[in-house]
Write a protein that binds this ligand. Structure first.
Ligand code: HEM
Length: 157
């Protein structure tokens, strides 16, 4: 597992926070999160935390995926591309929609909350400011019905 060292995390935090001085109306959330480099770095840390998180892996179907370290690189790629698009960056996500990706996993509210908590913790860990933190978490919450109930929601970006 490529758990980020403190030095790596500090450098990633610099990328994630590079352009956060600009206001929400001026540049996209994608840019304010440091673009592809910032988001990739954040997802690198997030996915390591998700794969190791006991509450997230309490769901057997989730653990069947997250318990295999060989899935980490591909999963990091897909979650990074999804996040880039969702934050208003270039269209680059080649994966399944949020309903198709999660239906067979039967994720409940506790499972969703465990992942949302880990996402929020990673943003905090990297020092992402309150505005960008809230904007990204609102995107995650928007997709809750798709992940838990299989209810399609309109794409935000
Ligand atoms: C809004 C919240 C979420 C987002 C944005 C998200 C994003 C993604 C993406 C982009 C993929 C890849 C889809 C593909 O294979 O093409 C994926 C798959 C997956 N997600 Fe999520 N996810 C969310 C919530 C969750 C939650 C709450 C859990 C577990 C509790 C979870 C567990 C998984 C697993 C295990 C896979 C891999 C399934 C497989 O290929 O076997 N996700 N997710």
């Amino acid at each position: 597992m490529s758990q980020a060292t403190q030095t790596e995390a500090k450098l990633i935090a610099e990328q994630v926070n590079e352009t956060t001085d600009a206001g929400p109306g001026e540049v996209s959330l994608y840019e304010r999160l440091g673009g592809t480099y910032g988001i990739s770095g954040a997802v690198d840390i997030l996915v390591d935390r998700l794969f190791a998180n006991v509450a997230v892996n309490a769901n057997e179907a989730v653990h069947a995926h997250h318990g295999n370290p060989a899935n980490a690189p591909g999963y990091k790629f897909l979650v990074t591309a999804w996040s880039i698009e969702a934050a208003g960056g270039p269209k680059c996500y080649p994966g399944l929609d949020m309903v198709a990706a999660h239906t067979s996993l039967h994720i409940d509210t506790a499972g969703f909350d465990a992942v949302a908590t880990e996402i929020a913790a990673t943003l905090s860990f990297l020092g992402v400011p309150a505005g960008e933190h809230a904007e990204f978490m609102a995107i995650i919450e928007h997709y809750r019905p798709s992940v838990i109930d299989g209810t399609p929601v309109p794409a935000l970006a």
